[in-house]
Design a protein around this ligand. Structure first.
Ligand code: SF4
Ligand code: SF4
Length: 261
């Protein structure tokens, strides 16, 4: 039966009323979903903030438990002159070599001063490594005056590529070097050992960490008669910035470079 007159009108009204109710309900539902989303986002943000605070608090607490010191340069008493004669990281250094960051396979010790910076910029570091900063360490903070800041932690090695957890995920290079070079964060975000390697130190002695890894740039063959810069020359700027080397030891190194001994 076909609807006519009031009956038809009333049907239309009912439909209108129904669609109004439906529209209202849809708007209401949308608002509820949006509100839920906002609450969820806020909750996630709040959780992240709480987590970041907790990690910062842990670092500060650890530093209080472990007595850190205001050591800004590592004291050296004696230098091994082999760093003035051994081939250095010439040309473009590690970046210009076949080496796939082999020494990063050991992980490294990170000075307390560097740990503080990594913690401060944790979001940037985590975006590059794909891991939580806390998971990149395998040892707790240990007091040791052989490190800048008077304490250090050892990094963990990733299972997937057997490289230090601070290495860039999936490409050559270190996330901390990246943040210093590409994002102009303070250079101190790079651990001391990684800035000076293959020159290293132990309890007042500065020396080359021999034997070097197989593909290390400092081991690369050069054509006969071609002289390349020594480890002391290629790492000089960093050695000066990070170590307190007595003048007479420094002079010994410079003289050895001049005389080629
Ligand atoms: S901190 Fe960077 S340079 Fe140092 S071992 Fe780890 S990945 Fe390599
Ligand atoms: S092994 Fe040598 S060339 Fe390779 S990353 Fe280490 S220092 Fe650089």
């Amino acid at each position: 039966m076909k609807k006519t007159g009031d009956a038809a009108k009333s049907t239309k009204k009912t439909a209108k009323a129904k669609s109004t109710v439906k529209a209202k309900n849809t708007v209401k539902a949308k608002k509820t979903v949006e509100a839920k989303k906002t609450v969820k986002t806020k909750t996630v943000k709040a959780k992240k903030a709480v987590k970041a605070k907790a990690t910062k608090a842990k670092t500060v607490k650890a530093a209080k438990v472990v007595k850190t010191k205001n050591i800004t340069r590592i004291p050296i008493k004696i230098v091994d002159l082999n760093i003035a004669s051994h081939k250095g990281l010439f040309d473009e250094g590690c970046y210009g070599s076949q080496c796939q960051d082999e020494c990063c396979g050991w992980g490294c010790d990170i000075d307390f001063a560097t740990i503080k910076l990594i913690t401060k910029h944790r979001d940037k570091v985590e975006a590059l490594t794909g891991a939580k900063v806390e998971d990149c360490f395998k040892t707790p903070l240990k007091q040791d005056e052989d490190y800048i800041g008077g304490a250090y932690r050892e990094t963990a090695v990733r299972k997937s590529d057997k490289l230090c957890c601070f290495h860039l995920k999936g490409s050559k290079g270190c996330s901390l070097f990246y943040l210093w070079i590409k994002e102009q964060l303070p250079k101190k975000i790079v651990p001391t050992i990684c800035r000076t390697y293959p020159v290293t130190w132990h309890r007042g002695k500065l020396f080359a960490d021999l034997p070097l890894k197989k593909n290390c740039k400092a081991k690369e063959k050069t054509p006969k008669g071609v002289k390349v810069a020594s480890l002391f020359e290629t790492q000089k700027k960093e050695l000066k910035a990070l170590f307190d080397i007595p003048k007479k030891e420094w002079k010994k190194l410079e003289d050895a470079v001049k005389t080629g001994k």
